[in-house]
Ligand binder design. Structure first.
Ligand code: NAP
Length: 276
């Protein structure tokens, strides 16, 4: 999966990042073994952050940790199912054991299976909401408690979606409900955490080429999925799908001191899709 387009020299020189520096930050990124999460972990590590790669797929997380080990920050892989509150608490604890503190949480883990509402089972709905919204809420709670205990602020970055504000495709009603919830939660938790100097912001990616989006859509063949994705790409004003690094660079911004006075906002990163 393409992670990055060609970059300018300044992007690969963390010593030149200035107020966008994340050097020395201790970070927890969920769903970091693949796709957008991996792109975020990659940029954070390159910038000198220590990153806990928390993913349900431990083998893939370990593979990423080995790859990131060549860069500046210290990566650690851990199997975490964000739909389990115990796993969320254990992930925060592991950060403390490995790095000494937790400065940054990126809530990225998410699933996007398709089902029309008229055919949807309660189990399907609960699974999507359990990972995308409930998981994000209880990971935020575990991290938020730790940041308050530490008493020196922190940053939480939630990966929402353009579907938080506008539907993309039929069949994604459960997903859209979860991502709408992520946006509302982000704003209210930002209000609650502001007195503790913990900022809570969200990014709304548009179509990003990842392992997840390359899978056939439920009920469609690979060819039908490819045709649907081609039509989707045509609707993007910039006429290309995004890559994980398009989101990773904005996550780095929100994680850095450059965004210290921002909280409760949604940054749309979609090549203009919401305008179309
Ligand atoms: P992806 O390629 O499928 O990667 C997601 C990673 O999260 C995978 O490693 C996955 O493991 C893991 N994961 C799934 N369930 C988990 C759980 N319960 N606990 C911990 N990890 C779990 O997905 P992506 O496309 O990068 O998407 C990442 C996030 O961006 C999601 O929240 C998604 O909704 C959001 N987003 C994506 C797009 C897009 O176009 N790609 C657009 C808007 C928003 P498995 O592969 O083993 O399931």
């Amino acid at each position: 999966m393409a992670q990055r387009p060609p970059t300018s020299e300044i992007e690969t020189r963390p010593d030149l990042w200035g107020p966008f520096s994340v050097a020395g930050r201790n970070a927890l990124v969920t769903g970091a073994a693949k796709g957008i999460g991996r792109g975020i972990a990659d940029r954070l590590a390159e910038g000198g952050a220590n990153v806990l790669i928390a993913d349900i797929d431990l083998a893939a997380a370990q593979h990423v940790a080995e790859h990131l080990a060549q860069d500046e920050g210290r990566p650690v892989a851990m199997r975490v199912d964000v739909s389990s509150e115990a796993d969320c608490e254990a992930a925060v604890q592991r950060c403390i054991e490995e790095f000494g503190s937790l400065d940054l949480l990126v809530n990225n883990a998410g699933i996007f299976p398709s089902s029309p509402v008229l055919e949807m089972s309660p189990e399907f709905f609960d699974r999507v909401l359990g990972i995308n919204l409930r998981g994000l809420v209880f990971m935020s709670k575990a991290a938020g408690l730790q940041m308050v205990r530490q008493g020196r602020g922190g940053k939480i970055v939630n990966i929402a979606s353009i579907d938080s504000v506008h539907p993309s495709l039929p069949g994604l009603a459960a997903y859209d409900a979860s991502k709408g919830g992520v946006l509302s939660f982000t704003k209210n938790f930002a209000l609650e955490m502001a007195p503790h100097h913990v900022t809570v912001n969200a990014i709304a990616p548009g179509g990003i080429a990842t392992e997840g989006t390359s899978q056939p859509v439920t009920g469609l063949t690979k060819e039908q999925t490819d045709a649907m994705m081609a039509a989707f790409t045509q609707r993007i004003p910039m006429k290309r799908m995004g890559v994980p690094d398009d989101i990773a660079k904005v996550a780095v911004f929100l994680a850095s001191s450059a965004a210290d006075y921002m909280t409760g906002v949604l940054i749309v990163v979609d090549g203009g899709m919401l305008l179309s």
